[in-house]
Design a protein around this ligand. Sequence first.
Ligand code: ZN
Length: 596
Amino acid sequence: MKPIIKTLPVFLLLLAGAAAAQDAVHYSLRISNAAQHTAEVSARFPASAKADPIVQLPNWRTGRYEILPLANGLRAVSAKTADGKNVPIHKTDKATWQLNLPAGVPFEISYELYANELGLRTRHIDDSHAYLNASAVFVYAPEFRANPIDVKLSVPDGWQSRSGMDKGGCGHCFTAANYDVLTDAPIETGIHTYVQTRVDGKPIELAIWGEGNYDADAMLKDLTAMVKSTNSLFGSVPYRRYLFIVHATDAARGATEHMNSTVIQSTRWSFAPRVEYLKFARTAAHEFFHTWNVKAYRPKEMVPYDYQKENHTNLLWISEGHTSYFENLIALDAGVQDEQEYLGDVSATLDGYLRTPGRFEQSANESSFDEWIQPDGDRHQNASVSIYPKGEMLGLTMDLTLRKESGGSAGLRDVHKLLWQKHRVDQGGYSEADVLAALQKVSGRSWQDFWARHVIGTEELPVLALLKDAGIDWVADRKPEDGKPYYWTGLSVAAGSDAEFAVVKAVEKGSPAWKAGITAGDVLVSINGFRVSAKSADARLQTFGGKEMAITVFRREQAQRMKLSAEQKPGAAMKLEADGKATPAQLALRKAWLAN
Ligand SMILES: [Zn+2]
């Protein structure tokens, strides 16, 4: 810090600024027409130190690294002074409004909010609830981003309001230390099932909106076990209380982490059978792990968040992929799933990963940087790699390597403990060099070479060899009696608008179908002269796969013919299987890894 030598007027101005910095920003939201998804919002700000202050709505929300048109939900934006005089206001870009107001005058912004988006977890109002992520709901003045906040909701009778924020002076009031806390503590208000408990002395709450085939008490029991397991992994916790919000609904699926809460969306009938329930449980473990990895410590390029534009970093594969790696281990450690179920989920990720030609086209670093603009569909599969499976497989590779080299005593969790201890958000976050230093500290050696090959580079991960060292084999996923060859073409088809049609969804780069010239969007109509549908396509490819096949597709309604020669593979899918004859050394590594 530099010594401060200031003249008196500037010093006084600083003092005035310090006083203004303590004034609260007051938000109020009244649900005006629940059926039509609208609310009236107002935000009262202290006096600005500058003339013509601006207010903004974020262009993305934390946890979803994508620019979103959030400001499109605001209408009838107006401004007035604290004593009620209208103030001219105009837009200067898609999410910024400027007031025509002298300095030193407190002001209020009002607008109508349309909230009818559920699946991106931004804002949703209907006659049974409202889910409000402040990034999509409440404007902020950059000048007052650090000021304390209070929020008052006016909601229909019988509703209850929950948030990671502290309760304010009324049943539907909350307070936050600043706007960053507000944006990372979404509000769930409405009619919901609510249960709570305490874990390690801290309240753990569960609020479920929507009916479905769930058992809230059983869920809370599993959440409790996973919270305990994660708390003990890190050794200390970054929250005073934690809230799991669950949306049991129709089409929405996904989840988002926040500072001391999460929102998890599942289709309402997907909490059973067990295989479906485990997806919920692993997602809950994932989001809870983020309370540390992302919310408490994250890449320095995202500290503080810039709400107006992309926050590029090369390290999102650690934020997301390592979290995916640990979610599964925590569910295992907590006893929510067994070893077989653990290996089943890792198998599915590994199988998908090894069928992603894009892993040789895009590195973990590049994928992280470009997460904001990742392409979809077959192009993604062939030209990109997702930070989730890539980061998870990097996590598995790194953990097994650390375990193997340390005789089981050190692991990836030790690296994350160091990041949590040394690079918290209030310490500025972490850099690539900080991660390399943590790896070196845990392992006693440099990870520069690993980084160059597998993080900056796209060299194949030695994951199958490391799993073999732990006595886990990669084998064809098929019944023992089924000795038939499997003919692989690299084609994925699905039903088109007419369920009879087999529409090509993806063609794996370099596969037989790729070489034959088949592309996504083609409609596969016949194989060797026989008609195929979405239902029969895979079976007919197996029937005729032993020899070159004559394929007919419609491309933009016109027939095209091509020759397709399949390749023989051990099975349609692969899986991990514990080797019953593993050596003591293999068993020791497996034990250290899975006991984690
Ligand atoms: Zn995540």
